[in-house]
Ligand binder design. Structure first.
Ligand SMILES: [Zn+2]
Length: 292
């Protein structure tokens, strides 16, 4: 193959459309990343769409785009590609699939970031467990459950909101445990970046040892519930808070989970090996494989 053939070769594009940053990358049919760029998330919807189009043009470099995949916060309708990401207040009922397919003349797939990240682990992290649960602890908290590599969906194609399960928590400031959904005992309110800020009045990276122990205890209760209900073979934790807490957070949470998980076997629990790129890689995976 000559250099000009390579330049003409079709590319796949993946987008991780986050509340704080946009990541866009191009890849070839062998899933090799060709170009990758990152920008802060603009405030307005128009600026956001313009930024995404500019980033797509930069990574695709004029080559034909075979297909695109995107990860974005919920809620959304994955079949119609209409998105309303909770942490991007100006994005409400945006027909992202239609907008992108008309602009780029290529198929565009979009799903909840945690589902997409789970697929990133499956296709790029060599995670092949038949029942696989990915959990992200970042600004918010949620998960994606794969059965034989396929996304588990709820009623009407809905996304199970595992961050909004009630847990029996430990917290030095119980009056500050208030979830964005309105409940006062959600897992997300205790272990997400936003929840940690609200409770401890500082970001996760500034938590003391004792405060991390509370987070680990609460995460352990969530892991126990999820293990009892889903019986996953493997749970992988990703996102900034999980990566920041690292192995000590993981070990303490697993200890709590195992202490109270009876009758059903405990899953293997580990940290993501893909760092901050899990959702971006998953977006490339859905560009290549589509969604169902
Ligand atoms: Zn909630």
């Amino acid at each position: 193959m000559t250099l000009s053939d390579q330049n003409d070769a079709a590319v796949y594009v993946g987008l991780d459309i986050g509340g704080t940053k946009f990541l866009v990358a191009s890849a070839d049919a062998q899933c090799r990343i060709l170009d990758r760029i990152q920008e802060p998330t603009p405030q307005s919807l128009d600026d956001g769409l313009n930024a995404l189009n500019r980033m797509i043009a930069l990574v695709s470099k004029g080559r034909k785009i075979t297909s695109m995949g995107a990860a974005i916060g919920g809620p959304l309708d994955w079949k119609k590609g209409i998105v309303s990401p909770l942490h991007q207040p100006e994005w409400r009922d945006v027909p992202l699939k239609t907008i992108m397919e008309e602009r780029w003349k290529s198929p565009f797939f979009v799903d909840v970031d945690t589902n997409v990240a789970a697929l990133g682990e499956y296709h790029f992290g060599d995670e092949r467990a038949p029942r696989f649960l990915y959990l992200t602890l970042s600004t918010g908290m949620g998960g994606g459950f794969l059965i034989d590599g396929k996304i588990f969906r709820g009623m009407d194609g809905g996304h199970p909101e595992i961050g909004h399960q009630s847990i029996n928590f430990q917290c030095s400031y119980p009056e500050r445990v208030v979830c964005e959904c309105g409940a006062g005992d959600c897992l997300e309110a205790l272990v997400s970046g936003n929840g940690i800020r609200r409770i401890y009045e500082k970001p996760a990276e500034k938590l003391s040892q004792q405060e991390w122990e509370e987070v680990a205890y609460n995460l352990g209760q969530g892991l126990r519930n999820l293990s009892a209900v889903y019986l996953p073979d493997v749970i992988v934790l990703g996102g900034g808070v999980a990566i920041g807490g690292g192995e000590p957070l993981l070990a303490a949470a697993v200890k709590q989970m195992e202490k109270r998980l009876h009758i059903v076997p405990a899953p293997q629990v580990r940290l993501s090996r893909l760092g901050h790129d899990t959702a971006l890689l998953g977006a490339i995976a859905i560009a290549l494989h589509g969604l169902d």
